[in-house]
Design a protein around this ligand. Sequence first.
Ligand code: GTP
Ligand code: MG
Length: 418
Amino acid sequence: GAERQNSVTNNNSPLKLFTHAKTTITEIFKNIALYVNDSNKFLDDVKKSDKNLITPEKYVEIQELKEKVNRILTIISRDHMKVVFFGRTSNGKSTTMNAMLRERILPVGMGHTTNCFLQIEGTDKAEPYVLTPGSDEPKSISSLGTVGNALSREKLDSDSLVKILWPKEKCRLIRDDVILVDSPGIDVSANLDQWIENHCLDADVFVLVISAEATITVSEKKFLHNVAQRLSNPNIFILMNRWDATANEPEMVESVRQQHLDRGLEFLCDELHLCDRKEASEHRMFFISAREALLKRNKDPTSSPRTGFAEGHEERLIEFNNFEHEFEKCISKTAVQTKFEQHTNRGKGITTTLRETTANIANRSQTLKQESVQKLTQMDEKHNLLERELRSMTESAKDKIRHISEDVYKRVAQTLND
Ligand code: GTP
Ligand code: MG
């Protein structure tokens, strides 16, 4: 089963939807760049032969498209998926993220630990490093123990952002363009609006980590209400963490689970109106133990003992895998829609401008008629091709996600039966 599990986590991840789409749209824009170049050459000729066929403004506009396409290509290369984790102090946000990253990267511990925003993103370098606000100087990863930790004396403002550049080759999530953001406990800062403004507006997914020993608090709800006001239909997952605590009280498990489900669904569905109850209970709420998941996955055997699993941990680990799968489906789909739909529209805008300009010239010129009609046919072909590619990208993205999720589902089911 282990090998198959590996292939689940590597090749068939729903995150590939995003990485494929990114490759595809990059190709499309490179094609558009060629199209722009061609058109520029053609317009140069036109301008030389007859000045009245194209206005100076139009000529400049077309020339500037080259820059525009390059800018879009740069934006695309930086596009990523972003998830923000939040919740009350000590609920296990940092532990959950470490479990997903399969390594103990973020500081965790009792009491108030994370003291500012910590963003983990990919680097092509072999060694990880840390960037603190206001300085370009890379710092060692061991400085996280002090800069990102509330127990240290070097205090940063809770709203500030420390970046952790993590080698892409070390972690699949990071390699597939996911950026993860850890936050301080929601109850230790009064400035929640500032948090949303500075760190949450471009997030594709929010993960609320709750302690199953407690319940959703007023401040957590208030934060999400504010998020929902700023972003329409945010994607929110609720993790009932520390579910291992139920091993001590087996007779209570079902009634406690029901209580948490009721309150969670009431919040997501009746208060925030994000989705219906069936969708939310199947895809948005999970009962996990981040501590056990991290123990199970952490590759460095010296960093934590492999004991400490409570009764029923297999089920909680499956639930953690299920959460990750739903999370990957959700974040890649959202990111493709929000980011690439815009790019697609820009691409269409550019090809349309080029086409119209050429058509205009053909209509107005007798001398250039022959040549431009030829050119126009060529451009028409290119234009149609690009249109088709752009359209099929969004379509095939939908198709691909269905395929991928069916396949992964089958494989996971098989693994569990082994
Ligand atoms: P702050 O950074 O202070 O806001 O806390 P946090 O939400 O990041 O919590 P953190 O991950 O630091 O975990 C707090 C403590 O709870 C640590 O000692 C963890 O080992 C422990 N913990 C986290 N998840 C679990 C869990 O699922 N079960 C149990 N039993 N303990 C957990
Ligand atoms: Mg923390």
